[in-house]
Design a protein around this ligand. Sequence first.
Ligand code: SF4
Length: 286
Amino acid sequence: MGRSRLREASDLGAALDRVRAETDVASRLAADPVGIVHRYGDPADVEIAGLVAASLAFGNVRALRASVERALERLGPRPGRTVRDASFGELDALLEGFVHRTTRGRDLARTLSGAGALVRRHGSVGAALKARFEGELRPALGALVRDVRAACGAPARLRSGTSLPAELLPDPVAGSACKRLLLYLRWMIRPADGVDFGLWDLPARILVIPLDTHVHRIARNLGLTRRRDVSWRTAEEVTASLRRFDPEDPVGYDFALCHMGISRACPSRRDPARCADCGLEPHCVR
Ligand code: SF4
């Protein structure tokens, strides 16, 4: 890389660091599903509340937060214990009638029942992922998804086809960006910083960015990727670009970038008034 490209890259890194440092975490947590997960103190509850919140993290943020609240209320004050001890039938009954967009209570019951089986076998979902990890995240995550599906305990007639709706637990090996799964991993693995929990014994450098439309758009604006599709490959490419600025924690920029989109501080069409206040403006190619 030439000297001017190097300087440009380090300027962008400094600008990203400033945007990250200046994010108002307290107020943004109130508009993020992970804010609900922070109500729990016991790691077993955090892990399961996080799985519920991440699984339902699609659609309008206010509506999805309301859905996460309703689902967690059904699981009682100790969701970790409930999921560890309940059968599929008991979880199915607890979540009967629950709906979030295309997701039904039974879909969530199957996911949680599979997670509960991994908790009984390994001690936690994080330990189950670690047991599958051999240096690369994607195959380990694919194996974890298949383990959850296989262990969900639902009767065979409810396990036909893919056994779980693809949108709830997609297999990363199939190419999906797996935004919600990667969001869950970010929450559980990144060091505790008031947003993420640093709960699982895996290094933050292995993470891949949870790529949604907001982050994808901003990443393209900043030249972190030229790819147009929201796919696993694009998520890896954006993560590789961010790794130049923070090799140990490339996904540490995700919360700030995502909330630039959620809060509409970064509009979907260039807006001279809003862009004038944006710390990334000198690097934005839009
Ligand atoms: S300059 Fe405007 S379009 Fe570019 S990242 Fe900032 S707010 Fe978004």
